[in-house]
Design a protein around this ligand. Structure first.
Ligand code: GDP
Ligand code: MG
Length: 165
């Protein structure tokens, strides 16, 4: 199987760390060129039975953009060009930045997975309330607790990608 996956989330939630873990140094694609295309390849995961092309969506969820910044329609459209979206968050109640992204994602028609990263930092009892809080805010196909640094939940994440491609 193969497909395109967009990884979105606030700065510092661990997107690059997850990418590095999934993609590995061997096949990671890095580029210093200015972002000129709507979908920029940020890495390719190659497994035994699956290849996943991860893409950045330039112009969307920019680290320095204000919450009320104009949201480029083309950027949102580009999220519909992928097969699924991974929305990555901290293991915490949804904040204003997360809620803003959730509102934008409501215009996206492909499945959105909520990836709760850094679960190594929280007591397991904290996870369910967090998942409940996110469930109230948006429509997520699956809820995936992971730790990008510790490797927790990564096989399950890959499994979910596989099932949905
Ligand atoms: P990005 O801005 O979303 O790309 O976030 P980064 O990948 O740069 O990570 C931001 C910070 O979070 C770094 O200091 C990472 O080491 C840390 N981080 C990422 N994943 C995890 C995790 O699973 N657990 C913990 N404890 N820290 C993490
Ligand atoms: Mg990053």
């Amino acid at each position: 199987k193969s497909g395109f996956v967009a990884l979105v989330g606030r700065p510092n939630v661990g997107k690059s760390t997850l990418m590095n873990r999934l993609v590995g140094e061997k096949v990671a694609i890095t580029s210093n060129k200015p972002q000129t295309t709507r979908n920029r390849i940020s890495g390719i995961y190659t497994g035994d039975d699956m290849q996943v092309v991860f893409v950045d969506t330039p112009g969307i969820f920019k680290p320095h953009s204000k919450l009320d910044d104009y949201m480029d329609k083309a950027s949102l459209t580009s999220l519909n060009d992928v097969d699924m979206v991974l929305f990555m968050v901290e293991p915490d109640e949804p904040g204003k930045g997360d809620q803003f992204i959730i509102e934008q994602l409501k215009q996206v028609k492909v499945p959105v997975f909520l990836v709760i990263n850094k679960v190594d930092e929280v007591h397991p009892d904290k996870l369910l309330p967090i998942i409940d809080a996110y469930r109230k805010l948006g429509d997520f196909k699956e809820y995936l607790p992971v730790s990008a640094t510790e490797g927790i939940g990564i096989p399950d994440l890959l499994d979910s990608l596989y099932k949905n491609l």
